[in-house]
Design a protein around this ligand. Structure first.
Ligand SMILES: *[C@@H]1O[C@H](CO)[C@@H](O)[C@H](O)[C@H]1NC(C)=O
Ligand SMILES: *[C@@H]1O[C@H](CO)[C@@H](O)[C@H](O)[C@H]1NC(C)=O
Ligand SMILES: *[C@@H]1O[C@H](CO)[C@@H](O)[C@H](O)[C@H]1NC(C)=O
Ligand SMILES: *[C@@H]1O[C@H](CO)[C@@H](O)[C@H](O)[C@H]1NC(C)=O
Length: 166
């Protein structure tokens, strides 16, 4: 089960990344070479405090993708990761790339595989609370509504079970 969970996450990830052909794992090699290791350090620290954070971080990322694409619009500023990255490379690494690196680190540190994370996404400059409320299913919707909701994002019932546990 665990392996298939990770596989579906990777497939979901590939589907999301497919939209952005120009992304590359080496995007910050010149401008912020330590970006991934900074995020890794913080995720490791967080998981030592509370292992359940891994699942929360995966959820944060796919919820972000549900609203106008994966653009970091779900992320509020002032998290520890962003602060550390801003100290290291001011304004260079986008919030959405931090979320995506965080996802990979969470999966790997929880015993899952690792993969090269394509980077170079741009953050959204706007948020749309109406769209967020429409696109992110509330905890009270029926299973059929949930399925329809995921289907709108190109995700099937297997993806639904893996990502939401329902
Ligand atoms: C990256 O990390 C290494 C060692 O951790 C450090 O020596 C180097 O200055 C850092 N580079 C940047 C650009 O922050
Ligand atoms: C986690 O990633 C490392 C490489 O970064 C890899 O060696 C290790 O096998 C991965 N863990 C699992 C369970 O695949
Ligand atoms: C926000 O999303 C709603 C629902 O999709 C849409 O009707 C509205 O135009 C959007 N507002 C902005 C400012 O993009
Ligand atoms: C859903 O799609 C995944 C690939 O993303 C596939 O592995 C799985 O078999 C599909 N499940 C169903 C119920 O079609």
């Amino acid at each position: 089960m665990a392996i298939s969970v990770y596989l579906v996450i990777i497939i979901f990830y590939a589907f999301v990344v497919g939209v952005f052909a120009q992304l590359t794992p080496t995007f910050y090699h010149e401008t912020c070479p330590n970006a991934t290791s900074i995020v890794l350090g913080i995720v490791e620290e967080a998981l030592q405090t509370d292992p359940r954070i891994a699942a929360s971080l995966v959820r944060l990322h796919f919820h972000d993708c549900f609203v106008d694409g994966c653009d970091g619009s779900i992320l509020l500023d002032n998290t520890d990761t962003i602060t550390a990255l801003e100290n290291a490379c001011l304004g260079i690494v986008s919030c959405v790339d931090i979320l995506v690196i965080t996802l990979e680190e969470s999966v790997n540190l929880s015993g899952g595989p690792s993969w090269d994370v394509p980077l170079g996404r741009k953050d959204s400059l706007t948020t749309n609370i109406t769209l967020a409320n429409e696109a992110i299913p509330s905890p009270f919707v029926t299973r059929d509504q949930l399925k329809a909701n995921f289907f709108n994002q190109g995700l099937n019932s297997t993806n639904l079970i893996v990502l939401s546990g329902k």
